[in-house]
Design a binder for this molecule. Structure first.
Ligand code: KIV
Length: 283
């Protein structure tokens, strides 16, 4: 059996120049599949608000939702590192909230937690890492702040690039073991990757990062309009739709279930039953 992946493994992989692969997972079977495919990390992302619950953003996601899906993923006993996203307002208000909520996810079984933001939440990150909670940062586009900043590409001006670089430095200082860089120009993601000792895991931020992450439903082709940086590796929507239409048709035509998919009584038992039921009818 291959060894369980830890935050330390992530840092070692960077030193050895080994690319890290992550994917989001929200349920038992997807986690098993991704683990079998050989990913290094599973993220119970707050993107579940959109792909599982159908919300328009990640803002309505609660600790309960993350906890529920974390349990489902952990039931797959994955070898991959299991990172649980901290939802909007579970860590920003106070250091106490951050530690209490991150602690909950760790007690359930997460190997690490992930938070969005940079310098403005550095005291919360320090409070968590100081007591031994492995934290993954998340800079560049932060979807939890889309109401103010939108969902636009980051790092396209020199000033914005400087801000993201300062965030990255502060996060490393605060003890995070890895940083997600989302939808940021590849030049800036590459600068950050070269500058840091900890690995960068990118999504829509170019190839020169230490690793990549994608949302499961985007990658397999279930999301109707995925972000522009997604590569669709399968047409799951078409495959599922075809299967479901076939099922609807078979039921309506009386073609499902067949004899093979039905289960009969022993003929002598059936005969006994018919005799008994005749007796009932004459009562
Ligand atoms: O919630 C999520 O899926 C994420 C990834 C986009 C990194 O945070």
């Amino acid at each position: 059996m291959r060894e369980k992946i830890t935050p330390r493994y992530f840092i070692k992989a960077k030193k050895e120049g080994k690319k890290l692969v992550m994917i989001t997972a929200y349920e038992y079977m997807h986690a098993q599949l991704a683990d079998e495919a050989g990913v290094d990390g599973l993220l119970i992302g707050d993107s579940l608000g959109m792909v599982i619950f159908g919300y328009r953003s990640t803002l309505p996601v609660t600790m309960n939702m993350i906890e529920h899906h974390l349990r489902a993923v952990l039931n797959a006993s994955p070898r991959s590192l299991v990172v649980a996203d901290m939802p909007f307002l579970s860590y920003e208000i106070s250091r106490e909230d951050a530690v209490r909520n991150a602690g909950k996810l760790i007690k359930i079984g997460a190997d690490a937690v992930k938070v969005e933001g940079g310098i403005e939440i550095i005291d919360k990150i320090e409070a968590m890492t100081k007591i031994g909670i492995p934290v993954m940062g998340h800079i560049g586009l932060n979807p939890q702040r889309y109401l103010i900043y939108g969902l636009r590409l980051r790092g396209s001006t020199a000033e914005d690039a400087e801000k993201i670089i300062e965030d990255a430095k502060a996060l490393q200082e605060a003890g995070v073991f890895s940083i997600v860089i989302e939808f940021t120009t590849s030049e800036i993601a590459s600068e950050i990757t070269k500058m840091l000792k900890i690995p960068t895991i990118c999504i829509g931020s170019g190839v020169e990062c230490d690793g990549q992450i994608l949302v499961f439903h985007d990658l397999v082709g279930l999301t109707p309009s995925p972000p522009p940086f997604v590569r669709k590796y399968a047409n799951a929507k078409e495959i599922f739709l075809e299967a479901l239409k076939h099922y609807v048709n078979d039921v309506r035509q009386g073609l499902f279930p067949s004899e093979k998919e039905s289960f009969r009584m022993d003929p002598s038992e059936y005969k006994r039953f018919l005799e008994k039921s005749k007796r009932y009818q004459t009562l």
